[in-house]
Ligand binder design. Structure first.
Ligand code: AMP
Length: 500
């Protein structure tokens, strides 16, 4: 009966006939079978349909990570709706913008937020789901029984995910059933996921990484997940001996490395550690291998494109790179309207079934970033070496132009990160009266011996003068968002007046 719905049919396929097999292990040791998951999703779909959700309607969701939230995602797609997850960190005014922009038919939120959301919801119905998976939506769903998924074709939208909006207004990336299905199916093969796998799922589910990469790949493989509400070193380390895979952002790996319980023995049953959503330091990769014997597999993607490149499953997982374009994905590096020579830096463009359908109600933005022939301009600076490995150099907008010269922050950061007494760094451009922009390094030291002067002195012989930081600032930590991305915009704002 799932045949008519392009994504749901494929998500269900690998667990058909395995209704009693466990899909999720929850922190309280209870389990949820594939049968129960899809039955729960059908009830959610029926509840949404009863609330008037029609094919193509948006269902905006700002809730804690629970299995019921996964059922709500599946249920929305079953009902023919468009799932619109929102970061739990968004404030009232931010949520108001998304509701205004997407005009959803239903908004699901935490009960503590419902009055605030009702005030901005307009004609949308407001339902609740709390951190225990209870609330008015659940009550409605519990009164329902089966639901036949609404027919949806490959090109119909399944989700809209708003990009973090580091510049300007957040844009809603429209993802079709086939965008999601094709990418997860390919990743399942590329990373060798099967029904034998047990994936530690500790990522948030309002973002492409936890929602589509982790959840969809596990469902496509009929694999089991250890379903954790968030990053929890104790729970992850405890799960490892009976798990096979972990998907994380780089901070997962640095935090686990800081725990002495991370050992070769504890990770002996694991077959795959995957990292993405932000750059993994070469040092983290090296330390992880020394401690566990595993080489972390780094991949690269974004909300608009799902996953585009990955280091190989077999073959060299090259630290500091994001591997090769994935099967079915083309990649090229462009500068001044032409493709650059191998090894040269430019803006990365990708094309394939993974690339989104455009930005919700923003045809001009779509036209700026998505070429008519299907190439998507990622805005990431990258190079592709002669042997095909892709290296991400940073966001184009983070490029520093000082006295007319281009400085790639990553080049400077890599040198600083290699210095003794340095944990990590972020190099930014800030306004400067003479140079336009000046290079500033924000450095997290590991010991008392590191000072602005020692960092400057160490770089002096290694970098052309225009690339050397005009100022080095020491901080205890770098500002990061929930996906572990360093917030360079926040740093630029904080230090905007440095040279004024
Ligand atoms: P998001 O849309 O939130 O997933 O953010 C996508 C952006 O994260 C990309 O455009 C890159 O700038 C960055 N990113 C994702 N994966 C990696 C990676 N493995 N290395 C470096 N940057 C990454």
């Amino acid at each position: 009966m799932y045949d008519a719905n392009h994504l749901i049919r494929q998500l269900r396929e690998s667990s058909l006939g395995r209704e009693d097999s466990v899909f999720a292990r929850l922190p309280d040791d209870s389990t949820v079978t594939f049968g129960a998951l899809f039955a729960g999703a059908e009830r959610m779909a029926a509840a949404l349909a009863a609330q008037g959700v029609q094919p193509g309607d948006r269902v905006a969701v700002q809730v804690q990570k629970t299995l019921q939230a996964i059922e709500l995602y599946l249920g929305t797609v079953m009902a023919g709706g468009i799932f619109l997850p929102l970061n739990t960190a968004y404030t009232g005014p931010e949520v108001a913008y998304f509701i205004g922009d997407a005009s959803p038919g239903v908004v699901v939120c935490d009960p503590a937020r419902q009055d605030q959301i009702r005030a901005v919801a307009g004609t949308a119905k407001v339902l609740t789901l709390d951190a225990a998976g209870h609330g008015s939506l659940r009550d409605l769903a519990d009164c329902q029984s089966g639901f036949a998924p609404v027919a949806r074709a490959a090109d119909d939208l399944a989700a809209i995910l708003y990009t973090s909006g580091t510049t300007g207004r957040s844009k809603g990336a429209m993802l079709s059933h086939e965008n999601l299905a094709s990418n997860s199916l390919m990743l399942r093969e590329y990373w060798r996921f099967t029904a034998e796998d047990v994936l530690i799922h500790a990522l948030p589910i309002f973002h492409t990484h936890g929602l589509f990469v982790a959840t969809n790949v596990a469902l496509f493989a009929g694999a089991q997940v250890v379903f954790l509400p968030g990053f929890d070193a104790d729970a992850i380390l405890q799960a490892m001996p009976s798990a096979t895979a972990l998907m994380g952002v780089p901070t997962f790996y640095t935090r686990l490395l800081a725990d002495e319980r991370l050992t070769r023995e504890r990770t002996a049953n694991m077959r795959l550690f995957i990292s993405g959503s932000a750059p993994l330091l070469v040092e983290t990769h090296t330390q992880w291998e020394a401690r566990t014997g595993h080489r972390i597999l780094e991949r690269y993607g974004m909300t608009e494109t799902n996953m585009s490149t990955s280091n190989p499953y077999e073959g060299e997982r090259r630290a500091g790179t994001v591997g090769f374009p994935l099967p079915g994905v083309e990649a090229r590096v462009m500068q001044g309207g032409a493709e650059v020579a191998p090894g040269e830096t430019g803006v990365l463009e990708v094309r394939g079934a993974n690339v989104f359908q455009g930005y919700w109600q923003m045809p001009e933005k779509t036209a700026e970033e998505l070429r008519p022939d299907g190439w998507f301009i990622t805005g990431d600076l990258a190079r592709i070496d002669a042997d095909g490995y892709v290296t991400i150099v940073g966001r184009e907008k983070d490029l520093i132009i000082t006295g007319g010269f281009n400085v790639y922050p990553k080049e400077v950061e890599s040198l600083i990160d290699d210095l003794p007494g340095v944990l990590e760094s972020a190099v930014i451009g800030v306004p400067h009266p003479d140079f336009g922009e000046a290079v500033v390094a924000v450095v997290v030291p590991t010991g008392k011996d590191t000072s602005a002067e020692t960092v400057k002195a160490a770089l002096a012989g290694q970098l052309a003068r225009f690339k050397q930081p005009k100022q080095v600032i020491l901080l205890d930590t770098l500002p990061r968002n929930t996906m572990g991305k360093v917030q360079k915009k926040a740093l630029r704002e904080e230090f905007a007046e440095l040279f004024s």
